[in-house]
Design a protein. Structure first.
Length: 135
C-alpha cells in the first residue's frame, strides 16, 4: 500500500480523544481577535468537506499546536479534538466540527465572517461543502 493512502490512516487510531465539548449554552459572540484567529486558521489550514454522509470542517496540525487547538474547542463548543496521531513521520492532532455543532455553531460564525472578501479559494470550498450537504 502506498504511503498516505486513506486505508493507512484508519490504522492510525488516536491515543485518546483529547476533548469532546458539549455545551447547552449558545456560543459567545466572537470578539474581533477571535474572529480573526478563527478565520486565519481556517483559511490557512482548514479542510471543508465531509465523509459523503455528513459535512465536516477539519484542521490537522502538529502536536506543538495543542494550545491553539484547545482555544478552538473554547471558541467552537461541541467541536472535537483527536490525537495525537503518528503517521508518515508526523505527529499531529485533528480538530473536527460536524453534526449539530457545525450546523448550529460554526456555520453561523463563518457566515458572519468576510470569507469571500478574504480568500476566494476558501470561500468556494466552503460554499461547495454547503451546497453538497444542503446546508
Amino acid at each position: 500500500m502506498k504511503q498516505g493512502h486513506p486505508a493507512e490512516n484508519r490504522s492510525a487510531r488516536p491515543e485518546v480523544a483529547i476533548t469532546d465539548t458539549h455545551s447547552t449554552h449558545p456560543p459567545t459572540p466572537l470578539n474581533d481577535f477571535h474572529q480573526g484567529l478563527l478565520l486565519g486558521i481556517l483559511i490557512g489550514e482548514g479542510s471543508f468537506g465531509g465523509d459523503g454522509k455528513q459535512p465536516q470542517i477539519t484542521l490537522r496540525m502538529h502536536t506543538r499546536h495543542q494550545r491553539l487547538f484547545e482555544r478552538l474547542l473554547e471558541l467552537v463548543p461541541g467541536s472535537k479534538l483527536y490525537g495525537p496521531y503518528d503517521h508518515g513521520g508526523r505527529r499531529y492532532f485533528q480538530w473536527m466540527a460536524r453534526g449539530q455543532v457545525l450546523r448550529d455553531t460554526l456555520l453561523p460564525m463563518l457566515d458572519a465572517l468576510p470569507l469571500e472578501d478574504t480568500d476566494e479559494y476558501v470561500y468556494e470550498r466552503y460554499q461547495e461543502m454547503k451546497l453538497r450537504y444542503k446546508l
